[in-house]
Ligand binder design. Sequence first.
Ligand code: HEC
Ligand code: HEC
Length: 276
Amino acid sequence: MTNRQSRIFAVAATAISALVFLILTVDSHRQFPELTHSQNITPEVTHGKDVWHKYNCINCHTLFGEGAYYAPDLTKITQHRGEAYLTAYMKNPSNFYDEQKHRRLMPTQDLSDKEIHDLIQFLDWVANVDNQGWPPRPILVTGGMVAGSAEGGADPPGAKPVDEGDDPMAKGERLFRTASPACNSCHSTSPGADMAGPTMAGVVGRAQEILDSGDYQGNAADAEGYIRESIVTPSAHLVPGAMYSAEGTSFMPSGYGDSLAEEEVDQLVAYLMTLK
Ligand code: HEC
Ligand code: HEC
């Protein structure tokens, strides 16, 4: 190639790349309203975003992976935690930590009820933006006493499901990670590792103790019934502690009775019944 030819080649290649880039950029912008559900951007959502900036949440957290890496990404937080939990958490994060065990703390920021409500609307809007598969695995926030105890998330995309055969216990173990929201985003199975919900290690023995204690408020007759009731109607009996419930309502999502098939509840119970 002569000098002149290579110059023409370089200019043409640059021009074509720039054109392709421009077309892709325009195309992305064309899709934004649909991917972000822009019709759901209410004044509350906009105000929630202002609150997010006013209190510099981004100095510690990320959204869509952007921000600071001190505290977890909150892009999908409203899919892992209910509104009751998030409201109580933002009112007083210190209820959710044990200063001796937990070193990474979230500051209490004196948010008003309105600010908290709108922040949650904003975070819920964020959670519903179509990120085209990002993050590839759920980012689990520990939210509790022991960090780093979440045992894996849903299967990565494209993974071949393991054939559990007809074993309800193995199916239940899998559902524990894949139900929506995933049980293991709040419950660990390691002894002592209480996250946003109590650990499931020893749940069978604990259930029996609660039934025998005289403080039990629900309708179950045995440990199996207690576990089933905890999944389907979490507020029937509350595990004591300000990080687990407020005003008689459990922070555990109340929708599993509807979203899980009866058979799936049976499988979860079968699995949890092995955690003596
Ligand atoms: C100084 C750093 C810091 C700032 C500022 C901060 N956070 Fe946090 N946040 C944390 C830490 C640390 C955690 C705990 C993570 C863990 O449990 O591992 C956390 C946890 C959370 C959680 C998850 C709770 C759970 O258990 O699921 C939410 C929601 C949250 N923060 C929202 C906010 C919002 C909204 C703001 C702004 C109003 C904010 N944070 C500002 C450090 C911060
Ligand atoms: C958003 C967090 C969260 C999620 C998700 C969640 N739980 Fe819970 N769970 C809790 C909290 C908080 C409690 C304690 C308060 C109460 O008694 O309801 C609890 C209590 C329980 C208990 C009673 C434990 C005991 O020691 O008495 C069982 C059993 C249970 N959950 C099972 C499940 C299963 C199975 C799933 C998934 C299908 C699940 N949870 C999903 C937060 C959660």
